[in-house]
Design a protein around this ligand. Structure first.
Ligand SMILES: O=C(O)CCC(=O)C(=O)O
Length: 268
């Protein structure tokens, strides 16, 4: 399997960088080709099935649990998945959009929204992260074309400017409060399908959600979360940040660069 595309640069235009700076999300087409996508669809599906431990029926889960199966740091379990997570093409886009020289891995996760799976409530990711600056970005990589019925990622474009609501964990409350709050702002609510090979990038403080998967197929998505290469650890401000420190960067020291074996530099 020729995976050389994973190392080919994906040049960004000035316009794309400006768009991201303004809206803190962007969707980019043809980052991956159909062959590469099909390969990782198969590899990641297999790995998710191996790593999955619980088998609680959808109906018995809470809103977060109904949103997706969530498996983390697949790169450490699977050399093949690692090739996607360590892709210089995707990491280079992350660095370009954040207008930073280099990026490190924070962690990866597979997010599989099952057939009949529920919504992903509105939230901002960085509430969970003990990181000092907003130079953080998630590559959301659908492993198939994702029509509206499957629950593609939605964004409140530019909503990183709102501070109220950042303190909400993902759940019924964040969905209720943020739906109301975001409706009365001028930030456009972007709900669009994803083509095969299209990837979105969003920053840690922009609010986003996803609809339910009303199809009979799983919405398979891989995500890679990057941070500025010189990101420092901050003292945790809530239990989730404490847990993230222990899980994603154990050994990192408050006030120092997060340079642990779990956080390799992926670009340049
Ligand atoms: O895939 C989803 O439904 C939500 C993903 C998300 O919130 C994220 O990647 O930050």
């Amino acid at each position: 399997m020729d995976l050389s595309l994973l190392d080919h640069p994906y040049p960004l235009t000035e316009e794309q960088i400006r768009f991201y700076r303004e809206h803190r999300y962007i969707k980019l087409k043809q980052v991956l080709d159909e062959e590469t996508l099909a390969h990782f669809n198969a590899v990641i599906t297999e790995r998710v099935h191996q790593m999955r431990t619980d088998d609680i029926p959808l109906a018995d889960r809470d809103t977060y649990g109904k949103a997706f199966l969530q498996l983390m740091n697949l790169w450490r379990e699977d050399e093949e998945v690692k090739k996607l997570v360590f892709s210089r093409r995707i990491a280079g886009i992350a660095a370009g959009l954040m207008e930073t020289e280099g990026v490190r891995l924070y962690h990866d996760q597979a997010l599989f929204k099952e057939a009949g799976g529920g919504i992903t409530p509105w939230h901002a990711d960085q509430y969970y992260w003990p990181l000092t600056t907003d130079k953080t970005i998630t590559a959301w990589i659908p492993l198939q074309a994702t029509p509206l019925e499957m629950g593609p990622l939605e964004f409140s474009a530019g909503s990183h400017r709102i501070e109220e609501g950042r303190e909400l964990a993902i759940g019924d409350e964040s969905e209720a409060i943020l739906t109301k709050k975001l409706r009365v702002t001028d930030f456009p609510h972007v709900i669009e399908p994803f083509d095969a090979g299209e990837i979105s990038f969003h920053s840690g403080w922009v609010f986003h959600r996803a609809g339910a998967n009303v199809t009979d197929r799983i919405r398979k998505v891989m995500t890679v979360i990057y941070m500025d290469r010189s990101m420092q650890l901050k003292a945790p401000e809530n239990d989730n940040q404490q847990k993230d420190w222990e899980t994603w960067c154990p050994g990192a020291v408050v006030g120092e660069e997060i340079d642990t074996p779990l956080n390799p530099v992926l670009y340049p």
